[in-house]
Design a protein around this ligand. Structure first.
Ligand code: ZN
Length: 315
């Protein structure tokens, strides 16, 4: 059995939250001396593995000072309120546009049930526990959280969602980018080459804001991109250029299909084909096309839906 934990330099532990399947969604534990924070929590169902991660790292629950979430989509923050109940000293820090959803999650839950379906919602996400209002606060663009003196800076990052910020950790040279700087699964790695795709999930995807956010993140001079889906990848101009190009390709494909009968499923298929082309472009794929399609089923469905909603909103 593979462990859900991996250690990176600078006191960073990657935790597989087990959301949907192994290797799909990560949370991170940052340890600096006697203090620690979680970045991302996964859904409520991930709370047990997050607590196991503390044991793995030799960190007591009392030493966790904060829970930082990039945005309030449930695969990133659905378990924040439930996790906080186990951590007596942990503040929950969230984007100003996301805070009310964590304090009063009924709307969030209804939205997620609409996207995922009620049955799948229960199976893969679990319920949502409201965050503790006394220990939850919104953090603005540029604000710095000091983890035992280590600077973690919040960078407003709209595009994937309005309630999205990224966390810049100068010490590791890494950006915890949530869904704002691509998704990239280790399953598809071919040596140094990796598959990178934008996340255009409903219901707030915005193309122009996504490009601007990437430019803003690129200006930080990061070396590493800690994506939620999944793990640490390099952050460099080649990869940000690739994401800019793919965002434009996604947008162009959505323009071709949205509004047609069965347009959303045709767009979903086009996104699958694009992913397979990208993988072939990187070299001989190490997985079959069937495995690639199966793995990307949920992303392509959500991306197609998000692109359709963006097109319809833009008129
Ligand atoms: Zn998201």
């Amino acid at each position: 059995m593979t462990t859900p934990f991996a250690r990176y330099p600078d006191g960073i532990i990657r935790i597989d939250t087990g959301y949907w399947r192994a290797g799909f969604a990560a949370s991170y534990l940052l340890v600096e001396g006697e203090e620690a924070v979680f970045i991302e929590t996964g859904p409520s169902r991930a709370v047990p593995v997050l607590l196991q991660a503390l044991a793995f790292a030799g960190v007591a629950k009392e030493q966790v000072r904060a829970i930082l979430v990039t945005h309030v989509h449930l695969d990133h923050a659905g378990g924040a309120g439930a996790l906080q109940r186990h951590l007596p000293n942990a503040e929950l820090l969230v984007h100003p546009k996301g805070i009310r959803h964590l304090l009063e999650p009924a709307k969030l839950q209804a939205g997620a049930e609409a996207v995922y379906g009620a049955e799948q919602f229960e199976t893969i996400l679990g319920g949502i526990t409201p965050a503790d209002g006394q220990r939850t606060r919104a953090v603005g663009d540029g604000e710095v959280y000091l983890l035992n003196g280590r600077r973690l800076q919040f960078i407003d990052a709209p595009g994937h969602a309005n309630h999205h910020h990224c966390i810049w950790d100068a010490q590791s040279g890494g950006i915890f980018s949530g869904d704002a700087a691509g998704i990239s699964y280790r399953l598809f790695d071919q040596g140094e080459e990796l598959l990178l795709m934008p996340a255009t999930t409903p219901v707030q995807f915005d193309l122009a804001a996504s490009h601007q956010t990437l430019d803003r993140l690129a200006a930080l001079g990061a070396r590493w991109n800690f994506v939620t889906h999944f793990g640490r990848i390099p952050f460099n101009p080649l990869l940000t250029d690739r994401l800019h190009r793919l965002l434009d390709q996604f947008a162009a494909l959505s323009g071709r299909y949205v509004g047609q009968p069965e347009g959303e499923s045709a767009l979903q298929e086009a996104l699958q084909q694009l992913a397979w082309q990208e993988l072939q472009h990187n070299g001989q794929p190490l997985v079959s096309e069937a495995v690639c399609r199966d793995w990307l089923t949920m992303d392509c469905a959500l991306n197609a839906q998000g692109l359709r909603i963006w097109r319809e909103r833009a008129g």
